[in-house]
Write a protein that binds this ligand. Structure first.
Ligand SMILES: *Cc1c(COP(=O)(O)O)cnc(C)c1O
Length: 368
């Protein structure tokens, strides 16, 4: 049995470092927003080549707080990808603004910069590019459009810590950027966690205030904030894992290379493409095929775990029924939802296992 995701290898890499950290954490008797959080914020900011970082409770909150810090809310429009995890849309809705979907490129799954300008209106305040499945968006084009129209850019970097565009790392392009350390992300905590990165000191002060009840000084509240604090334990563990991130991302790239070689010209499979100038940290390895459901079932029967990211695009979710969007409105997102399949992808996945997965897929198409 090859599971879709396993933490076993990553946990083994860090277990010896983690246990003393947990001991220290208990003895310190300071559990939320303390020294470890500050330490991790500095390390993560420097990993992203930004000046500032605010640790928060999760990735959804990170996007919400970034939007709030920019005063985006009711009456505003925010451009989002039509193909993304729903969190991107939900954050925009949560602050009272309207998500305006823009289709991705079919080759890369990331938002198509050529389609962004047509979606801009006088109400547009920001663009949220999502570096989906591990690949950095075409950030030069996106930043140019934002500049031309005086829009903010908020990167949703939940899936792509460490990916680059023209050598510049994700989390450093936008005015303010959000990420998630949900356990399954490339840099995952042992529970929920997230962060915001920026080079703008004022925005940073604001995000630090919003995440902690709108308060900078205990019991004095400047803003109507929220409780979205990062705890010391997660921050300490994230500091340890951050040191391994580049190495783990390299392993993901090696796995991707093997898949790309062994699945070339197999059936009608479409392999993931990388845009000129971009790199991917392969959060997911997403293939497409017209026979997706049958292939997924065949892989399950043969002991290979897979998932679909994502089966229903946000515009067709019940949660967005009030937007009155229908099947056919965003055909590229719908095409991806109908044909995509994510294969196992994680540090520790062995060469033989990838070989087995690829040969099982080949066998499926021989009989299909
Ligand atoms: C995981 C994810 C989020 C949300 O992160 P949480 O920590 O689960 O709240 C946001 N956007 C994308 C693209 C994600 O993959």
């Amino acid at each position: 049995m090859i599971p879709f995701l396993s933490f076993a290898k990553m946990n083994a890499d860090i277990k010896a470092e983690i246990l003393p950290n947990i001991d220290q954490f208990i003895d310190k008797e300071w559990y939320v927003l303390g020294e470890q959080v500050k330490h991790f914020e500095n390390e993560y900011a420097s990993y992203c080549t930004t000046q500032y970082c605010s640790g928060v409770a999760n990735g959804l909150d990170a996007i919400i707080i970034a939007l709030k810090a920019l005063n985006i809310g009711k009456g505003d429009e925010v451009i989002v990808p039509s193909n993304t995890y729903i969190a991107t849309w939900l954050a925009v809705s949560f602050v009272g603004a309207k998500p305006i979907p823009v289709e991705p490129r079919l080759a890369t799954y990331n938002i198509n910069p050529d389609l962004i300008e047509a979606a801009i209106t006088p109400q547009t305040k920001a663009i949220i590019p999502v570096h989906l499945y591990g690949q950095c968006c075409e950030m030069d084009a996106i930043m140019q459009i934002a500049k031309k129209h005086s829009l903010y850019v908020i990167e949703d970097n939940a899936q792509s810590q460490g990916a680059t565009f023209n050598g510049k790392v994700t989390g450093s392009f936008g005015h303010i950027n959000a990420t998630s350390f949900y356990p399954g992300k490339n840099l995952g905590a042992f529970g929920d966690a997230g962060a915001i990165t920026t080079n703008d000191k004022e925005l940073w002060t604001k995000t630090n205030t919003i995440r902690n009840y709108g308060s900078q000084k205990k019991y004095y509240n400047d803003l109507r904030g929220m409780n979205s604090r990062l705890d010391e334990l997660q921050a300490g563990l994230l500091s340890i894992k951050l040191k391994h991130l580049n190495h783990w991302n390299q392993q993901r790239n090696q796995i991707a290379e093997q898949y790309l070689t062994e699945l070339k010209n197999v059936g009608d499979i479409i392999l993931p493409g990388i845009a000129q100038g971009a790199t991917s940290v392969f959060h997911l390895f997403v293939i497409r095929t017209e026979k997706r459901d049958a292939l997924q079932q065949y892989l399950t029967e043969n002991g290979v775990g897979t998932l679909i990211h994502y089966p229903v695009p946000p515009h067709l979710q019940k949660a967005y029924a009030d937007l009155n969007l229908k099947q056919g409105d965003f055909p590229i997102a719908e095409e991806i939802a109908g044909t995509c399949l994510s294969l196992p992808m994680y540090p520790g996945l062995k060469k033989e296992e990838i070989y087995y997965i690829a040969s099982t897929i080949q066998a499926f198409f021989r009989h299909a």
